[in-house]
Write a protein of this length. Structure first.
Length: 204
């Protein structure tokens, strides 16, 4: 379990076949889970200055592998009693998103991200989304895309400073949105709107 708050930018030492080796201040133990660009991976080797994780073929097919170079986001798994910030993140990447537009607003920047239509139903206005492991709030939902407003601090300290139109990113939709959808979906499709869900939640 993670929070979507990036603890450190780690340097990529190498990516050979399925083995990704990183240099970071954080040093996991063998077997520890760690989110790297939002994907939960397991440390299989640890040295004085580096640690190595393994990416399965399935992971490499799902993830935006072009972002596993130079620097990557890392977040260790939460421990019992840790302060909870961000939102609940599982480290299970759903799909790839594509940045379609970037608009500078002076004190913030809007990023428009498209995603496969099969996952668009999990994007909720003012809900949470994880972009390459970064917990963010969805400001606007469009057809098969959504808008994020990102502050300068986040851009400066994450991979957002390297993104451009056309960049691919790892997306993890909100866990609760997925659960609610599956709870109320019909055999053919979900017939409930998010307004219906809001009314149900308001009764509790």
């Amino acid at each position: 379990m993670f929070t979507g708050l990036i603890r450190e930018m780690a340097k990529v030492v190498s990516l050979n076949n399925s083995l990704l080796t990183l240099k970071a201040k954080y040093s996991p133990k063998i077997g520890d889970s760690i989110a790297i660009n939002g994907a939960c991976l397991t440390a299989i080797k640890v040295t004085k200055d580096t640690f190595t994780v393994e990416l399965s073929p399935e992971s490499q097919e799902i993830l935006a592998m072009e972002n596993y170079k130079n620097e990557v986001h890392i977040e260790p798994a939460m421990m019992m009693g840790d302060r909870f910030e961000g939102h609940i993140v599982q480290g299970h990447v759903d799909c790839l998103g594509t940045i379609t537009s970037i608009k500078n607003n002076g004190n913030s920047t809007d990023f428009f991200v498209s995603l496969p239509s099969s996952y668009a139903k999990f994007i909720i206005p003012k809900g949470s989304i994880t972009i390459d492991g970064v917990s963010l709030t969805v400001n606007e939902v469009l057809k098969d895309s959504f808008r994020l407003t990102v502050i300068p601090h986040t851009i400066k300290n994450t991979l957002f400073k390297t993104y451009s139109v056309g960049s691919k990113v790892n997306l993890e939709t909100d866990m609760f949105a997925r659960y609610v959808y599956n709870m109320f979906k019909k055999e053919d499709d979900c017939k409930m709107s998010w307004n219906d869900v809001d009314k149900i939640m308001a009764t509790y």
